[in-house]
Design a protein. Sequence first.
Length: 230
Amino acid sequence: MFVSFLIGLLVVGSGDKTVIESEQFKSVVSSYVEKYLRSNYADVLVEYRSVPKSLNLPHDDYSVQVSPAFGIPQKGFAGIPVEVRRNGKLVKTVVCSVLIRTFDNVYFSTRALERNEVIVPLIVVKKNIETTQMGDDVITEMNYNSQMRTKRIINANSVMKKSMIEEIPSVLHNDVVTLVVISNNVSVETKGIARDDGKIGDEIKVMKTGTKELFTGKVIGKQRVEIVVP
């Protein structure tokens, strides 16, 4: 549920008249966008396409704020409603048309990468680029403690995306694995050959060493597969 956070300013007029300038609307909108998006990106820039030049109002002591109903801003084009209130009552709503541009430090491939290639520091590099038109799956952080590999061929100088990589499975096709065979609460270990890749929890096909029999088992650890025999 969106919890509103009011970012606004108090406009004090002179005597019985108030003029709210365009810069005041911009200040409120920029503060609002910065509040919600600054921590998500390396940099955020708000470009204004349409903002009221000025707003003439009777009386004084007006507050200007982004409408709480607008919610959390998203990058790209947006019409942001700004409320003008006096004594808590809504006097007028104006819409500021903006382009919210985002920039981030994104990983690129330094050369062409093969399918199933292990990701190491030498094959990727960070560049600061505009990400306004990009999805949220671009990779901005890389944890080399968790070994990752490519899921497909990647061209040189490509933006690295989460959909392009995966954690290296605990069991790889043709690995020699330990088969933990459980029958009637009795556990016996033997050797087998994996016929699929599999992460922990995945079900894969395995072949018992010395036979051509295929079994379905669940990956339970590094090169360990559990087979339950009814």
